[in-house]
Design a protein around this ligand. Structure first.
Ligand code: HEC
Length: 332
């Protein structure tokens, strides 16, 4: 951690205790920033984990599946306080990942509830500031997007799944549930990057509960896609900056639940896209910095109306001189 980061953390800690012991915390000044920074990502407009939203007074007081989250004047009886106060190794602790709330922040929340949990009418917490997506779908009228796949209500992980997860974890490849109490899983191997090979992902073929996988920047090749081809519920496959070719895409024909496929910066061509024509849920394919041509993209769009194929042409039109932001970030 560098010096300026340390100073930044100290500044935050100081700010969050600055309301002092006597006055009740002010919702907008003291409470809102805590929820916005640590909770809204999963309990706001984008996601409602645990069927809970924390971005409006009505939703917060109503609570989630475990009942009222905030009971005015009763911090100990408020699910919100229980959750943030759990030890870090408890699966129910909130936030479930990332930095836990500090003692000072928890104290603010307790004090706020103890003093009646005032939430001024009409105040809605917006999501944490996010950078604009680099590749935004242009707003234009066209055929409606393909229907989203539905995951089965009853799903039993394969007998080999637990063992496969353990093997992967030993190799530093974490595959985790997308939410608590659901069997579906996600994995992001992008950070492990070039350490990840076809061999290291081989155990994934047992993990049929996988619905999201990021192989960006890894050394996975077409041979690795034979493993991926076993994952029939996979909805989102990110494989940018890999060596995957047209032959690899032929392996993906059976992934009938695939919704998003990112092949940015791979050697794929128009011929590879031909293999995707039967994927009826496919909504978006990213192929910029590949050999895919606008004609090849148009062919796929004709076969799958409503699909969005990004060849980078729009970005090129936006800025002819500066490379797109994502490219800069990824070409490290
Ligand atoms: C990374 C995602 C994530 C973040 C961030 C997060 N939560 Fe959650 N939260 C979940 C998930 C998943 C569940 C459902 C599983 C469970 O009940 O533990 C949940 C459930 C809850 C519940 C129980 C809802 C109910 O009635 O069952 C409360 C209360 C809660 N969160 C509060 C918070 C608070 C407060 C914060 C911020 C300090 C926060 N969460 C941040 C993912 C998140």
């Amino acid at each position: 951690m560098n010096r300026s980061r340390v100073r930044y953390l100290i500044a935050i800690t100081a700010a969050s205790v600055s309301w002092g012991a006597s006055a009740a915390p002010d919702f907008q000044k003291d409470v809102l920033p805590i929820l916005q920074k640590s909770c809204i990502e999963c309990h706001g407009p984008d996601k409602q984990k645990g069927k809970l939203r924390l971005d409006s007074k009505e939703a917060t007081f109503k609570g989630g599946k475990d009942g009222p989250t905030v009971k005015p004047n009763d911090p100990a009886g408020s699910e919100l306080i229980k959750r943030v106060s759990l030890p870090a190794n408890n699966d129910d602790r909130m936030p479930p990942e990332g930095d836990p709330l500090t003692e000072a922040q928890i104290a603010v929340l307790k004090e706020w509830i103890a003093s009646g949990a005032n939430w001024p009418d009409g105040v809605v917490i917006s999501g944490p500031a996010k950078p604009e997506p680099v590749v935004a779908r242009p707003a234009k009228v066209g055929p409606p997007p393909p229907p989203l796949p539905e995951l089965p209500k009853e799903f039993k992980p394969s007998a080999g799944e637990a063992g496969a997860l353990a093997t992967l974890a030993k190799a530093g490849l974490e595959v985790r549930p997308v939410a608590q109490n659901v069997p579906w899983r996600e994995a992001n191997f992008r950070l492990a990057g070039t350490n990840v090979t076809d061999a290291s992902i081989a155990p994934l073929k047992e993990v049929t509960s996988l619905i999201e996988l990021n192989l960006g920047n890894t050394r996975v090749t077409d041979a690795g896609l034979v493993t991926i081809a076993q994952l029939g519920y996979l909805q989102n496959l990110q494989a940018p900056l890999t060596a995957i070719t047209d032959a690899g895409l032929a392996q993906l024909k059976g992934l009938s639940n695939l919704v998003t496929l990112n092949l940015y910066g791979t050697p794929v061509t128009d011929a590879g896209l031909e293999h995707l024509k039967g994927l009826k849920h496919l909504r978006a394919v990213y192929v910029w910095q590949t050999k895919v041509t606008p004609e090849g993209a148009a062919k796929l769009t004709a076969a799958l109306p409503g699909i969005y194929v990004n060849t980078g042409a729009e970005l090129a039109a936006l800025s002819t001189n500066t490379p797109p932001a994502e490219k800069k970030e990824e070409k490290k």
